[in-house]
Design a protein around this ligand. Sequence first.
Ligand SMILES: NC(=O)c1ccc[n+]([C@@H]2O[C@H](COP(=O)([O-])OP(=O)(O)OC[C@H]3O[C@@H](n4cnc5c(N)ncnc54)[C@H](O)[C@@H]3O)[C@@H](O)[C@H]2O)c1
Length: 367
Amino acid sequence: MKIGVPKEIKNNESRVGMTPAGVFELTKNNHIVFIQSTAGEGSGFFDEDYQSVGGIILKTMEEVYSLADMIVKVKEPVEYEYPLIKPNQIIFTYFHFASSEELTFAMLNSKAVCIAYETVEDAEGTLPLLTPMSEVAGRMAIQQGAKYLEKPIKGRGVLLGGVPGVPPGKVLVLGAGVVGVQAAKMAAGLGAHVTVLDTNLKRLRYVNDIMPSHVVTEFSSEYNIRKHIKDHDLIVGGVLIKGSKAPKLITKEMLKEMRPGTVIVDVAVDQGGCFETTVPTTHENPTYIIDDVIHYCVTNMPGAVPYTSTMALTNVTLPYVLQLANFGWEEACQKDLSLQKGLNIVQGKCVYREIIEAFEWSEKLVP
Ligand SMILES: NC(=O)c1ccc[n+]([C@@H]2O[C@H](COP(=O)([O-])OP(=O)(O)OC[C@H]3O[C@@H](n4cnc5c(N)ncnc54)[C@H](O)[C@@H]3O)[C@@H](O)[C@H]2O)c1
């Protein structure tokens, strides 16, 4: 198969869909890999590194899309890329369709086969291609949140760890999944007091078992959220209902209950966000303020740490890329049910129920 790796053009996105190690494996299996020139530079991989393992460097994105049977990338295609996508071409990347009807229609119209990293699901119900990026984003949420709590950037002026004689800051984590656990772990490591809320008691039991005693768990309810937002300095939103829009756990009206300078980091922004006032932001302009509450809502948080993120992502995507290349999408998805769950849009048809529900399309109108 001919596989194409374009350069990511989303704002401040420096990850790349494949490392030289991936190209090495694919060429060993007699596939041809086209890499757009400089695609890997932001992650520390240069054109010569790809060439040395058999990759073919192409100058433009147009060439990569036009020659490849399968495109392997990181983020969803942006508007510039829509017309480059060909019918039947496999696009293997993060899509997060439920958060963008425009992207969904563009992919339906392209008649491509869109396999979404975020919905590939293994037998245990976990999301193996989302996990490493959630790990990165969960850890980063605390790093970023701690920074924006500083006074010169309009935060409350709280040091999360406190100092001897001064109590630590308080961190509220919504969701005890991958993002939530990593955020709680980082916050606890800094010495903050951490409260983790989830509706899934199994997850709360797990957090309770593995975390130190200054990380406390509570059932997620509107009552408990209202109670905690009043005195927590940093709030991290890491909830997920697979493939659907995130539930709005913090409304605009609730912001008035928070203290001025509270920082809220909506990691779930890529699924529409779990705060009513969430608007997607970029690494260039990551924050905005509403009612004295600092919102950080960057949709591609791991893009800011591409050295770590590209390696973490491609470690898990490569086995699936190999299956798709070796067998074609139909056979690969038949053989591997977890990959089958990644099928979102197939040749002009939406095949993922949660997307249909997210846009409230009636069954008759489903394209
Ligand atoms: N912004 C970014 O750069 C970035 C990067 C990685 C992941 N994400 C996003 O972060 C989100 C979380 O990902 P994850 O891997 O941690 O998911 P996960 O499935 O591991 O965890 C989600 C958790 O949310 C919980 N939940 C659901 N409804 C809830 C509610 N009402 N109250 C409290 N908890 C609730 C679930 O029980 C689950 O434990 C996803 O939307 C993912 O796409 C964003």
